[in-house]
Design a protein around this ligand. Structure first.
Ligand code: SAH
Ligand code: SF4
Ligand code: F3S
Length: 444
């Protein structure tokens, strides 16, 4: 039996956290081995999210569970809290949770092996320093440290936009872009390993490179063009995008680069200009609609999805109606919608005119009904079409021969194949059924 300690990483939150967990797993793989069962691991890391109250609660409740079970377990693991909640709470987490030895912010995950070595000596440590000159260390992605067909690349860290509801500028610090050549090198390594789809990550990828010196600035569209050229790459995606920094050059990339998938996630948050201004989202409803029209002119049929917040402080019934009207006008292929919640340090937490919980709940359910109807209608448009689908695996709970994959537009498709398929295979599937959340198809 191996004497190397085992580790388990539990991940909450966005794709940046997922990527950070991969990085941590890679850093740990030198001296430890991964363990699927959280109850069996010698080292348990909880990578937390703090974007909404509910997200923070989930991580705290898992940590509470680990504490309650301590003593009944065969092993007493070293427990580390990582990520956005760790950054936000810092030392306070050590005080609140006596079974936690490490609190590590998103910029500090690269010190993980050294921090763990200290924790193994019985010390309790907090590593949440942030610097605006922090450089994301290049880390050649390892084969096998993530899914074989699609991988994330973090291209920037942090955010400088300070939308008034948002905690990210505090938890992830200042916006820092990685060097273009380094990102392209990482992308090349992955594609050479057989990865077919790359997803470039940042909280606001549209402002990539904006802090570079005059003359050295490389835009996000330039980065996309450079990655798109890599031979063997089948699909390129990115997230997230703040409409305020969307350039014509980037929109044009959808016309120029066939490898760029026909899907754009463009969070709008609200359809009311008054609310947008109070959110510090620096665009208007009209500007947003212009951007969508331009995008559709470059890539007709592109799937557009969004994020929406209901019950932002001061949101009136009329403001909410404007959001519903916008959803109907854009006819989104899908959307995530959330009830506003106060976040520590975020400016809107101090706004006086909070919306009552019942009102938020009612608006959310109306909006979700609308979003679901739009998504269903959009899905019907796929009927009879033949779509290129990338295989993601066997359908969970399906019968033998049932597979699932994704279209370029990110739609989930269930289909039957008489022959065994491999994750990452690309095939044409004729769409024969369309439901609320997925499509059904058959091989032609
Ligand atoms: N950087 C992305 C957003 C990342 S956070 C952007 O600018 O679009 C993901 C989503 O969480 C946001 O788009 C927003 O809809 C939601 N969100 C963020 N803070 C929130 C809060 N305090 N309450 C409710 N939803 C929130
Ligand atoms: Fe948050 Fe706004 Fe930055 Fe997105 S752009 S991460 S919503 S502050
Ligand atoms: Fe959550 Fe941090 Fe991502 S707050 S959404 S994990 S950037």
């Amino acid at each position: 039996m191996s004497t190397r300690p085992s580790f388990h990483i539990e991940t909450f939150g966005c794709q940046m956290n997922e990527r950070d967990s991969e990085i941590m797993a890679q850093l740990l793989s030198e001296g430890a081995r991964p363990c699927l069962d959280i109850n069996e691991a010698d080292i348990v890391l909880v990578n937390t999210c703090s974007i909404r109250e509910k997200a923070a609660h989930k991580a705290i409740s898992l940590l509470g569970q680990l504490r309650a079970e301590k003593g009944q377990r065969r092993r007493n693991p070293i427990v580390g809290v990582v990520g956005c909640l760790a950054q936000q709470e810092g030392q306070a987490l050590l005080r609140r949770l006596p079974h936690v030895s490490l609190v590590i912010g998103p910029q500090n995950i690269y010190q993980l092996p050294a921090l763990l070595a200290e924790a193994a000596q019985g010390r309790r440590l907090v590593a949440v320093d942030q610097s605006s000159s922090f450089v994301i260390p290049p880390l050649a992605p390892q084969a096998g440290s993530g899914p074989p067909h699609k991988r994330f690349i973090t291209i920037m860290q942090g955010c400088d936009n300070f939308c008034t509801y948002c905690v990210v500028p505090y938890t992830r610090g200042r916006e820092i872009s990685r060097d273009l050549d380094q990102v392209v090198a990482e992308a090349r390594t992955l594609v050479e390993q057989g990865v077919k789809e790359l997803i470039l990550l940042g909280q606001n990828v549209n402002s990539y490179g904006r802090k570079a010196k005059e003359g050295e600035r490389r835009t996000f569209a330039e980065l996309l063009r450079a990655v798109a050229r890599l031979p063997g790459l089948e699909r390129l995606r990115f997230t997230s995008s703040n409409p305020q920094d969307l350039t014509h050059e980037l929109l044009l990339a959808f016309a120029e680069l066939p490898v760029l998938c026909p899907h754009f996630h463009l969070p709008v948050q609200s359809g009311s200009n008054r609310v947008l201004a109070r959110m510090n989202r620096r665009y208007t409803r009209e500007r947003y609609l212009e951007l969508i029209a331009e995008l559709r002119s470059h890539r007709p049929g592109i799937a557009i999805t969004t994020d929406l917040i209901v019950g932002f402080p001061g949101e009136t019934e009329a403001d909410f109606d404007l959001t519903c009207q916008l959803v109907t006008e854009v006819r989104y292929h899908g959307a995530f919608s959330f009830k506003y919640s106060d976040r520590p340090q975020a400016k809107a937490a101090g706004f006086a005119d909070k919306v009552a919980e019942e009102v938020k709940a009612r608006r959310l359910s109306i909006l979700q009904g609308l979003i679901d109807r739009m998504a269903w209608e959009r899905n019907q448009e796929f009927l009879g079409r033949t779509e290129r689908v990338m295989v993601e695996g066997a359908s969970p709970g399906g019968q033998a021969g049932q597979w699932q994959g994704r279209t370029g537009s990110s739609h989930l498709v269930h289909f039957v194949s008489p022959v065994a398929l491999a994750v990452g295979d690309l095939l044409d599937v004729r769409i024969t059924g369309a439901g609320q959340h997925s499509l059904r198809g058959e091989l032609p």
